[in-house]
Design a binder for this molecule. Sequence first.
Ligand SMILES: [Cu+2]
Length: 122
Amino acid sequence: MRRIILLVTVGAMVVVGTLLVVSVAGAQKHPTAMAHKHPTRTVSIQNFSFKPANITIKRGTKVRWINKDSTTHTVTANKKRSFDSGRLGPGKSYTHTFKSAGKKRYHCNIHPDMRGSVVVKR
Ligand SMILES: [Cu+2]
């Protein structure tokens, strides 16, 4: 009888121990996994140009454009309705998450000489 109690006790400890290790490992894994799943790239709008003008990102990456000029600009996809910031005043920013792969060219609607591209990889 004592032997059975001992076996049950040891068995319960193993189960609890395993659950603890699994939950700790899961908790530690989480923040890193989140950071990798939702990275953000920043593009500055400065001196009437996008910096850097051409970037390559992974699908699901957020790109944030920050207007550092004292003039209003836009971040507008060449292909209509793909993405468009609308009028972005000085100091304002615009964020877009790229969900499909491919080369996305964009420009500023107010200053068409301003061009950039985002290459989205799978
Ligand atoms: Cu502009």
